[in-house]
Structure formats: structure tokens, C-alpha cells
Design a protein around this ligand. Structure first.
Ligand code: ATP
Ligand code: SKM
Length: 267
């Protein structure tokens, strides 16, 4: 379903008890949600405006009907697409899938690193395009796309069948996360010797120079630096995945509102 056809279904401005939602968020570690209108393939998400501690008791919340049935997360390696995507899927009562895992499955359970080694990057990219095409036909799904999926325009045709949300994480934070777990499973980073953080940071910098413009094609952008600034944190490493999911839902809501406004002007 094209996002533009989804926009007119957006509903906003529901008032709920902020403390209750904050309590639920703390205990469930995911955005508070209540499945609704299942027959129409919709889910209502209660979305608190952050930070809850800095606003009055009876605070405005947004009820967002996400009637688009396919969301996807492009972003650099290690940006948290899997972590954030799984929580988002749980919040929406959608399924979650990682496009790299689908490629691995389609190549007989061969890991991405092995696929690169045995058949080369071109073969992997073709399989990735095939996987994204299959996924774009599915419903009620959140997808974590491979970090390099954004470079092929044909992949965007698939990703734009739903709403794409770019997880924008500072390269320093990415390099720290990746260096901490090692680069063995990431063939494009697994080169050379020396300090793991520095090597990873340099490689990520050159990949981002090539791809930055492509990530910006996404319908919405979630900047960890912006969330940290809103919450008064100095460092993005203090952000919980739940806070990132909430920001992602807010950005989707803004995107849909803008699409709705645009559709009303056009028609
Ligand atoms: N908000 C966060 N703060 C700190 N670490 C995080 C956060 N989100 C994810 N991580 C960690 O970063 C690493 C990468 O996360 P994840 O696998 O979700 O990223 P990804 O974008 O799916 O990566 P890839 O594209 O390489 O598969 C994991 O070790 C995860 O625990
Ligand atoms: O950024 C990339 O090009 C990649 C990211 C991973 O998700 C895998 O898709 C693969 O390692 C390539």
C-alpha cells in the first residue's frame, strides 16, 4: 500500500493519563499499545510525548492509527535496526523480519559473511533485492533492511511500498558498538589489522560518504542526536531502544500528517 493512500486514515489528539502510560512503558519496555480495528488491519498506538517528567500531569498523547501494513528500517550496520524494529513490531502487533536473515535462508542457511566469501557482493546484492521484493508484498510487517540496501534504486521501489524510517546514529557510536562485538559477521568491515574502533570508524566513514544521500531518501529520519538533545542527554549511548521506538512513531506520525495535508491540497 502506498503511504499516500494511508495518510487520510491518520487520527491524532487523544488525551490519556500520562502517568498511567509512563508506568506501562516502564514495566513493558515497549511503546504502550492497544490492538484495535483488526478487521481493518489497523493498530492504535498510544504515543507519549517525551520527556514525561518535564510536562504537566495531564499531558497530551497521540493516538496514531498505523494502517500502513509494511514499515522498514534502513540504516548503517549496527544502527539498531533489529533491536528497534523488533520493539516496534511488538508495539504494532506486526511481525518482524531482517532482510539479511531472509537472504541467508534463501541461500540454504549460508551466513552473509560466507555468501560474500563464496559468491561475491554482487550475488548478495541480487539476493537482497529479491528478498526486499518478497517482503514488500507482505502485510503487518516491520523489516530491518541490510545496511547497504539503500544504494540500489530498485530496492527503494520495494521499500517505498511501505514507510521507511532511517535510523541515523553517529558514526562514533556505531564504531563503538561494532568494535565491541567484533567485525567477523560484517564482511565490508572485516579488513586489515590494528585498533578495532579506529579501523571500524574509518571504514564506516567512507561507507557513509557513499551512502548518506541514499539514506536520506527514507520517508522519516530518526536522529539519535536529536532524541538525546530533547531528553537532555549528552551522549546517545544513554538512549534506550524504547525511546528510539517512540521517536520513530512520532516521526512516522509527522510524515503521515504531512502526506495527508499534501493530499488535501492536491485533490
Ligand atoms: N540504543 C542502543 N544503545 C546501545 N546499543 C545498542 C542500541 N541498539 C542496539 N544496540 C546494540 O548495537 C548492536 C547492533 O544492534 P542491531 O543488531 O539491532 O543493529 P542492526 O542495525 O540490525 O545491525 P546490522 O545491520 O549489522 O544487522 C547490538 O550489539 C545491539 O545490542
Ligand atoms: O552495509 C552493508 O553493506 C551491509 C550490511 C549488512 O546488514 C549486510 O547486509 C552486509 O554485511 C552488507
Amino acid at each position: 500500500m502506498e503511504a499516500a493512500t494511508v495518510a487520510p486514515r491518520l487520527q491524532i489528539s487523544t488525551w490519556v493519563d500520562s502517568d498511567k502510560v509512563a508506568r506501562r512503558l516502564r514495566t513493558r519496555s515497549a511503546a504502550s499499545f492497544s490492538p484495535r480495528l483488526k478487521d481493518r488491519n489497523m493498530t492504535q498506538v498510544l504515543l507519549p510525548h517525551l520527556p514525561t517528567s518535564k510536562v504537566s500531569n495531564r499531558q497530551r498523547h497521540v493516538a496514531l492509527e498505523v494502517s500502513c501494513s509494511y514499515n522498514n528500517f534502513p540504516g548503517m550496520m549496527g544502527s539498531g535496526k533489529t533491536t528497534v524494529g523488533k520493539i516496534m513490531a511488538q508495539a504494532l502487533s506486526y511481525s518482524f523480519i531482517d532482510s539479511d536473515s531472509l537472504v541467508e535462508h534463501d541461500v540454504g542457511g549460508t551466513s552473509v559473511a560466507e555468501i560474500f566469501k563464496l559468491y561475491g557482493e554482487g550475488f548478495f546484492r541480487d539476493k537482497e533485492t529479491e528478498a526486499l521484493r518478497k517482503l514488500s508484498l507482505m502485510h503487518r510487517l516491520v523489516v530491518s533492511t541490510g545496511g547497504g540496501a539503500v544504494v540500489r534504486p530498485v530496492n527503494w521501489k520495494c521499500m517505498k511500498k511501505g514507510i521507511s524510517v532511517w535510523l541515523d546514529v553517529p558514526l562514533e557510536a556505531l564504531a563503538q558498538r561494532i568494535a565491541a562485538v567484533g567485525t567477523g559477521s560484517r564482511p565490508l568491515l572485516h579488513h586489515g589489522s590494528g585498533d578495532a574502533y579506529r579501523k571500524t570508524y574509518m571504514r564506516l566513514t567512507s561507507l557513509f560518504e557513499e551512502r548518506g544521500d541514499s539514506y536520506a531518501n527514507a520517508n522519516a529520519r530518526v536522529s539519535l542526536e536529536n532524541i538525546a538533545a530533547k531528553l537532555g542527554y549528552r551522549d546517545v549511548s544513554n538512549l534506550t531502544p524504547t525511546a528510539i521506538v517512540i521517536e520513530a512513531l512520532e516521526q512516522i506520525e509527522s510524515y503521515l500528517k504531512e502526506e495527508h495535508r499534501h493530499a488535501r491540497i492536491t485533490f
